[in-house]
Design a protein around this ligand. Structure first.
Ligand code: HEM
Length: 507
């Protein structure tokens, strides 16, 4: 009572009311927008820091823990940045297809993206007109398979022969992943620059290692990037990560720019050799047409090339790594694939155009992709932001402007509403009673809506590598009594824990 009297003596009632109003407004601002998807509070800094650091290494376990606590749509704050995670096919379809126009922007304001796109805009971390145009250009050239002389099936056959030779040379059990990485990186390198490397070439191995440095990085979900007022930059680890990114980009840029300059010197419009030639052609045409919105700049094409390597090489080689692991762990499946190949082709070379004849093999490849879902959330998963800086609602939740939205494709490939016993590896789930392929809408290895532009290309590589190698070799575990637990580890992509296999030449 005495205190109230004293307070009223000191502050008049209107001032007190004003202070109260300011305090209430402050509380509302602090508590953030209401009715956003459930999750940890903005002020639980420790929880969110530990979520994002755990998430990098144990993506699946962390996602499972959060979805069982908060449901298939939940949110987390990284500093001031709201991130909403979407799981389950129905929700993913809602975001990427039904409300695609609303959630199609990329969070280009994020520090990681800003740094990665300083030199130019590519596809993965871009949006707006230049994203559309560069994506269209790349998609058309990948889909039509029309990237000059260097891109055709022959390209892939050269790598299959090189792989076979390398496998035949090894007498003991071998880790197949490094060989596959060389083969798939070579296919893309050949498509882009018009030549390939020997697998042991130090320059080639150096490029692969440099690219791997990008994968090792936590990407857009690096918690250090989200400290307010640039405090993150003062933390040695954050500084180190930024410097590392800078080094990687500078190195790649110098390699790509050298290649572009060499191409410019020998460019002939009547002899388009590869992707770089196609870019030079498009750039000259844009200049001749005085196109004000010309997107074919050196910096942009550098980013597109990085995207092709980053998105195209590691995801395909990791899926193939899983494919050979499933073959050795499920020898009956391997045998059935080989029988089908034998019946249809005998010893003839297997072409992609004839894939319809190999239904069981196709079903097996689909099941491998479903079970593997190699893309880590922040590498190949859709990451979008609200369109035109407008607030939107999603399934009854309020989504404020500039929210990062991450869809978890693995949750669709394992959605028990759409898959019977989803954890079980069973290629037959993709075949009907008459042996025809059946489609399941929840099968999303390449996402949905605006899907991966390299889908056809990747499918061709995977089909040709697996079938042609199964025709030549039978694959066995390193030791018959020692099985692999099909354990997954989050590295550059979601990979199997390392394993070795024996490749025995078929007679
Ligand atoms: C098994 C192999 C592959 C898998 C599983 C895969 C998966 C994906 C997924 C899930 C996305 C995100 C799509 C979205 O935005 O919703 C994506 C994007 C992308 N992929 Fe692939 N991909 C593979 C191979 C390739 C290949 C071979 C290339 C090119 C040579 C490629 C190029 C790209 C590019 C450029 C993007 C970015 C598209 C954009 O942001 O608009 N991918 N990929």
């Amino acid at each position: 009572m005495e205190f109230t009297v004293h307070l009223m003596d000191l502050i008049s009632l209107p001032v007190l009311l004003k202070l109260l109003a300011v305090f209430l407004i402050y509380l509302v601002i602090l508590s953030g927008p209401r009715n956003i998807p459930p999750g940890k509070s903005k002020w639980n800094l420790i929880a969110s820091f530990s979520f994002f650091t755990n998430f990098f290494k144990h993506q699946e376990a962390t996602m499972q823990r959060m979805t069982s606590k908060y449901g298939n749509i939940f949110s987390m704050y990284m500093g001031n940045q709201l991130v909403v995670f979407i799981s389950g096919y129905d929700n993913i379809y809602q975001v990427l297809v039904k409300q695609a126009d609303v959630f199609s922007d990329r969070p280009t304001w994020l520090p990681y993206i800003k740094q990665m796109t300083k030199i130019g805009q590519g596809i993965i971390m871009n949006d707006g007109y230049s994203w559309k145009r560069l994506r269209q250009f790349t998609l058309q050239n990948l889909r039509d398979f029309g990237m000059g002389k260097s891109l055709n099936e022959e390209n892939i056959f050269i790598e299959i022969d090189a792989l076979s030779k390398a496998l035949t040379k090894k007498e003991e059990a071998v880790e197949i992943k490094p060989l596959i990485t060389c083969a798939i990186s070579n296919v893309i390198h050949n498509v882009v620059f018009g030549f390939r490397f020997d697998y042991e070439d130090p320059e080639f191995l150096d490029i692969i290692n440099t690219l791997n440095d990008i994968f090792r990085h936590p990407g857009i979900l690096n918690p250090f990037d989200y400290f307010p007022l640039g405090i993150g930059g003062l933390i040695p680890r954050a500084q180190q990560l930024r410097e590392q990114r800078k080094r990687v980009l500078t190195k790649l840029q110098s390699y790509v720019y050298n290649q572009i300059e060499e191409h410019e010197g020998s460019y002939d419009p009547n002899d388009i050799r590869d992707f770089v030639d196609l870019y030079i052609k498009a750039s000259k045409e844009a200049k001749e047409a005085k196109d004000e919105n010309d997107v074919f700049t050196k910096g942009n094409i550098f980013r597109v090339i990085c995207d092709l390597f980053v998105a195209g090489s590691e995801s395909t080689s990791t899926t193939l790594d899983w494919a050979f692991l499933y073959m050795i762990e499920y020898p009956d499946v391997q045998k059935k694939c080989q029988q089908e190949i034998q019946e249809v082709y005998g010893n003839k070379q297997i072409k992609y155009a004839d894939r319809d004849k190999l239904k069981y093999v196709e079903a097996t490849l689909m099941e491998i992709q479903r079970c593997a879902t190699v893309g880590k959330v922040y590498i190949t998963f859709k990451c979008s932001a609200c369109y035109q800086k407008k607030h939107k609602t999603l399934k009854g939740y309020f989504i404020p402007e500039n929210t990062v939205i991450i869809t978890n494709l693995e949750s669709s490939n394992m959605d028990s509403k759409y898959w019977d016993n989803p954890k079980e590896f069973r290629p037959e789930r993709f075949l009907d009673e008459s042996g025809e392929l059946v489609r399941n809408p929840a099968f999303l290895p390449f996402s949905t809506g605006k899907v991966c532009p390299g889908e056809t290309f990747a499918k061709m590589e995977m089909f040709l590598v697996v079938t042609n190698l199964l025709q030549r070799f039978t694959f066995y575990r390193e030791r018959e009594d020692c099985c692999h637990d099909l354990g997954r580890r989050c590295a550059s992509t979601v990979q199997p824990t390392p394993y070795k296999l024996r490749a025995i030449k078929r007679t």
